[in-house]
Write a protein that binds this ligand. Structure first.
Ligand SMILES: C[S@@+](CC[C@H](N)C(=O)[O-])C[C@H]1O[C@@H](n2cnc3c(N)ncnc32)[C@H](O)[C@@H]1O
Length: 691
């Protein structure tokens, strides 16, 4: 056997000699010999229990001799990690016992190769192309030690930090690693930029581990390109080609020929949301496609861990490029029929037919109830509807001009007073009394208000501000105008008529919502079975058939943008990994890559993160997530379980989704359909927990 090769029956994985001969003769043996007993004395040769199923199940995988268990010298390897060679992924780094999160695995020295050297030496076309870490100024870094031996996962358990000043990369566990678990990093700063081509596992060697793995192990994004086209082309051309075809593919899809295109084109691109989920459709015309799809689809995994440096100052000041160069994807081949992947097979035709689930009738789709926000509620009768303000009262009409000017200066930016007419004239005891709006009572002490008035104008200085009770909101109906103006004149603005439930919606739209609800329930149940909190989300564009008219201010969504996620606070041991935030992050990731990155917004800034998209979520999101959704410009949110404590809609009574004082509003709908008691119980989440 030649040095530099690892032999397995299925695949020969070439390895860079340079990264194997780092300072120890026994390192020469890494991967060159078929079997070794590790330093720890662990002589098991099989894949570890928790190696993803795809790496254990194949005919070759099940044979112990396919796994090469190789030691690393102890002094260089205090954690006693060992290498196991897998027929498809080549060598990988495994833990002999559990390792806590936050453990430094290694600070690997890096050989830095400048961009010029890299390009001129055509190193990308060599084995080094698979091992280079993107370095600064377009250079590449070849990591010595374990650095080059970590395999890729879209749910990595090891983070890395590049230090350009010391030419090292530090590898740190990002979660607790269990005994026999493989240590993986994410090769791309953005999951969607992975250079892996998902290859047909029967015919190809290198396979995306996540997607070839146990179905429970989430898949991740990849841009699938045709090897035949690529084999003989330079890397620059490859990139251009890939971009061209991605764009072409998207524009065709955007032109409305999605389903036909899926079947016919051999030139199409595979695009997949970072967190595809299983869809459990029931019966009906669509179900064959959907359940077929579901069998190929992974369950959610939104646990991607940021690879951006978090602490050190000398590291990187701007966002790092994707880790591995990825320019050698021509080595991989995909024979799969080119089509949109499962997550994207959400064709509106399934949801617009009245009988879209095979049995459906209009009344089988439950209604949703719209959550009113404060902006809408304020025009309603009820509560007390009043508030206290400071006013100036006088009978001398000559003071009116100055008092009005003062009022304008004082309250210019106070939204809470905007619905009030500034002047209120009343005849009381045969005298005309003029009252001028000054400020909200809570804003000023009487004494400070008086000194401001005196400083403003001596003609007003003798007046003492008084508190007056006024309506707290605008009048929406003629009756309201009458009754409110009795207290103080207010502005009138008839309320738009917004339905409070979905009863007048087209049945297809209801079916679409119902299926979204089903989908998030499944996501949440799957998450629970993995030990996560049972909170699921799914984000997509409303099918075109139901789009409101542009004239109604509707900004067309990017139809292909879809992602699903679940809460990953448990597995990532991170307080911010709420389901909604994870989902927003996935959409954000997608928007940074082709084809989405090339979409020109209808108008400037109009195609922001979740613009015109719908988000389904099992539980009412917390205030933080509601704010994030608001900032992301989501169009509507459907949820199932209200959260009395801390829900950002009306659980908290903040009504984040529809506040006058925030610059975006979205609709929030509570699903009012029947949920099985068992499911309810399974999705029950402690009251105090913020979703
Ligand atoms: C940096 S090396 C990792 C170590 C490598 N397994 C070895 O034996 O030298 C990158 C190469 O590992 C393989 N690889 C890494 N992660 C993989 C994954 N998730 N699925 C399939 N192949 C993977 C690919 O062949 C890739 O070119």
């Amino acid at each position: 056997m030649e040095a530099g090769q690892v032999v397995s029956q299925d695949l020969q994985v070439e390895i860079p000699k340079i990264s194997l001969r780092a300072g120890s003769s026994s390192l020469d043996k890494i991967g060159y010999e078929q079997q070794h007993i590790s330093d720890s004395g662990n002589s098991r040769l099989e894949a570890p229990e928790n190696t993803p199923r795809g790496t254990r199940d194949g005919p070759s995988d099940t044979q112990p001799e396919q796994q090469h268990h190789v030691p690393i010298p102890h002094h260089m390897n205090p954690l006693n990690l060992h290498l196991i060679s897998h027929p498809q992924r080549g060598r990988g780094v495994f833990a002999p016992s559990s390792i806590p999160a936050g453990t430094i695995i290694e600070e690997s020295p890096v050989l830095v190769i400048t961009q010029k050297e890299w390009d001129e030496g055509h190193m990308n076309d060599t084995i080094l192309g698979s091992y280079g870490f993107c370095w600064k100024d377009g250079g590449m870094g070849i990591g010595l030690g374990l650095a080059s031996l970590f395999n890729h996962s879209s749910s990595p358990n090891v983070n890395f930090i590049r230090s350009y000043s010391t030419s090292t990369i530090k590898f740190i566990t990002s979660k607790r690693i269990e005994k026999d678990e493989e240590l993986c990093i994410c090769y791309s700063a953005d999951e969607s930029k992975l250079w892996f081509v998902k290859s047909d596992s029967e015919t190809q060697g290198a396979t995306d581990m996540a997607s070839s793995s146990d179905e429970e192990d989430g898949g991740f994004s990849r841009l699938n390109i045709d090897e035949d086209d690529l084999l003989n082309e330079s890397s620059v051309k490859l990139k251009k080609d890939r971009e061209r075809r991605l764009k072409a593919s998207l524009s065709k899809k955007l032109n409305g020929d999605v389903s036909k295109k899926n079947k016919d084109s051999s030139d199409d691109i595979k695009i997949q949301s970072p967190q595809p989920v299983r869809f459990s459709a029931s019966a009906g015309p669509s179900s064959a496609t959907m359940s077929e799809a579901s069998s190929r689809t992974s369950t959610p995994s939104s646990s991607s861990v940021s690879i951006y440096p978090e602490a050190s100052s000398d590291i990187i000041t701007s966002l790092p490029p994707p880790l591995h160069s990825g320019r050698n994807s021509s080595r991989q081949k995909s024979n799969e029929e080119v089509q949109l992947t499962d997550e994207l097979e959400w064709d509106e035709k399934y949801w617009t037919s009245p009988y879209c689930d095979g049995t459906g009738r209009a009344n089988e789709y439950a209604e949703c109830i719209r959550e009113k926000g404060p902006a809408e509620r304020e025009g309603e009768d009820g509560a007390d509807g009043t508030m206290d303000i400071w006013t100036l009262e006088f009978t001398d009409p000559k003071l009116t001009r100055t008092a009005l000017d003062f009022s304008k200066d004082l309250t210019a930016t106070d939204e809470r007073l905007r619905h009030l007419k500034r002047v209120c004239r009343r005849k009381e005891s045969n005298q005309e009394i003029c009252r001028i709006v000054l400020a909200m009572v809570a804003e000023y002490e009487l004494s400070s208000l008086q000194s401001i008035i005196s400083a403003y104008s001596s003609t007003l200085s003798h007046l003492v501000p008084v508190i007056h009770r006024v309506p707290s909101s605008i009048a929406r109906t003629q009756e309201q105008l009458k009754s409110k103006s009795h207290l103080w004149p207010v502005s009138f603005s008839p309320a738009p008529i917004i339905p409070v439930d979905t009863s007048d919606w087209l049945i297809g739209r209801k079916a679409w919502v119902t299926s979204g609800i089903r989908r998030i329930i499944q996501i949440a149940l799957d998450a629970k079975s993995k030990g996560e909190l049972p909170i699921g989300t799914y984000c997509a564009a409303l099918p075109k058939a139901f789009w409101p008219k542009k004239e109604e201010g509707f900004i067309q969504p990017t139809e292909e943008l879809r992602a699903s996620s679940h809460d990953t606070r448990q597995s990532e041991n991170h307080p911010l990994r709420h389901a909604a935030l994870n989902c927003i992050k996935s959409i954000a990731n997608l928007r940074t890559v082709e084809p989405f990155i090339s979409i020109t917004p209808e108008r400037n800034g109009s195609d922001y993160l979740l613009t015109s998209l719908t988000l389904f979520i099992t539980h009412e999101p917390c205030v933080m997530c509601c704010m994030a959704l608001l900032h992301s410009r989501v169009r509507e949110v459907f949820y199932i379980f209200p959260r009395k404590k801390g829900g950002g809609f009306n659980g908290s009574e903040l009504g984040i989704h529809a506040r006058k004082d925030l610059n975006h509003r979205f609709e929030a709908w509570r699903y009012d359909g029947h949920i099985e008691e068992e499911t309810r119980r399974a999705l029950d989440v402690e009251e105090d927990l913020q979703i």
